[in-house]
Design a protein around this ligand. Sequence first.
Ligand code: BGC
Length: 340
Amino acid sequence: MIKKVFDVYEGEEVLIYTVKSEYLEADILTFGATVHALRVKDKRGGFTDVALGYTKVSDHYDKGGYLGAIVGRVGNRIDKGRFSLNGKVYQVGINDGNNSLHGGIKGFDKKIWTVEYADERKIILSTFSPDGEEGYPAGLIVRVTYEITAEKGLKISYEGVADGDTVVSLTNHTYFNLNGEGKGDILSHKLFIQADEITPVDGELIPHGDFMKVENTPFDFRTPKLIGRDIEKDDPQLKNCGGYDVNFVLSGKGFRKVAEAEGNESGIKMSVYTDREGVQFYSGNFLNGERGKTSAHKKRGAFCLETQSFPNAVNCPEYPSVALKKGEKYKTTTEYRFSL
Ligand code: BGC
């Protein structure tokens, strides 16, 4: 394992750790437990970095976008940042118009995490979120393990336990370009998502307990198709977000393959395995020329497949619950596997 200083932000050192195998290398920051780079062995025998990132911590504040970060306490949007639990109403940080996005104003993506353990292939990071932080109830300890697996994967295991009842839904927000970060847009990537339905959203990108069949819509990725094939179709949800930005209801249960993408130039394939019920497919619509590691990030220059519970589930009894009882263990696993 390689460990270096990445940056100093407001007097605090942010470290960068590299975990790797012969096929895959991941650079992880203590800031946000962020995947800063993900280098995949390519067909030329070198490595292609498939993850977008910034060169300094202040860019994560100034340019935003949650690049590579762990997102929490609750990923995606909460309508008006309000919900009730055990009969009590909670108001969490508003940071996206009228709503709360990705944990609020200072979510887990902006914390400096503690490294509990690291070796050649694996790093374990943790953080404590006190009772009332960003308005959320109960103190919560979160542990995230990144591990390079024998299947040429980056496995992300999330664990948590709280000292009172709360709500939790963590995800990782890596932006992928399988042709290489900074190498044009992702419209010619092929994508498959094992989902018959999405949770359709309103004009502020909030779902309200509904389900919509993907059949005969631009959201049908059950047979692999190019991301760009239907992205400009005259569909209100696509028009509203400038492309794809919605939660897909994943078929099946347990740890299973739920999605696959392929870079048209590199031939690098990424298969997503998870035990979660949803995945946010976001086609990088709001990327807007921010300078990254090697180039400016173009609109649709990368995509995210954020495995998650359903957005706004805290307000929708129709969706699986994100409540976590006092002392109960939160545990979920996602793996991004690469092949050529
Ligand atoms: C959301 C987008 C948002 C992006 C970056 C995604 O998870 O669905 O709407 O712009 O994160 O914040």
